[in-house]
Ligand binder design. Sequence first.
Ligand code: TMP
Length: 208
Amino acid sequence: MKPLFIVFEGIDGSGKTTQAERLKDYFIKEGEPAVMSPEPSTGLIGKLIREALQKSIIAIQNQHRFEEQMAYLFAADRHYHLYNDEDGVFKLIHQDQTHVITPRYYFSSLAYNCHNQSEYDFVSRLNQSFPAPDLVVYLDIPVEVAMSRIAERAERECYEEEAKLTQVSLNYERIFETYSGLLLTLDGTQPEGDLQQTIIEFLTNYFN
Ligand code: TMP
């Protein structure tokens, strides 16, 4: 297979990281180099974002302005994640001939960081120059299932609330209804092994 840029999307607790890890391990077992490279990234801006998700380090009370600030940070982090010369997505794909598997991409900004049409237009503009991935795998799960998975985690982040995830879930639905790139939507409540098998079969049929 040519080196692919594969994105996993879904609400918190949908199993993106688990499936991304499994897919990476599958590629490596098949002798094809692959890395998992999430957003927020492991770079400086990504670390700042992680901190902002866990603690109130951004002194903005107004929710609209807070989301705007987060959207700018996520877009800056995305630029670094794609284009840095150490472990950027395009360096990995073109120079190192490695598959890049990314839990979360600009679809997350559209789903999480806007609540109305004008905010959606703003976030779309911020992200308009980022290229579409080769494939988006959307793991769709009910918010109740996500909340019970999140409850088992030691640390909570600021978006991991029922009302927020309900809104995010609706936003994802809307985004993917009109998305024209390659998309695989799966029921994220299926057993992990079944999901992995479906993803591998899809990739093999489509890209081989
Ligand atoms: P994660 O915990 O799934 O790794 O993602 C961190 C949180 O950041 C998650 O709640 C979704 C949120 N997020 C955004 O709000 N906008 C974005 O653009 C990205 C990439 C993540």
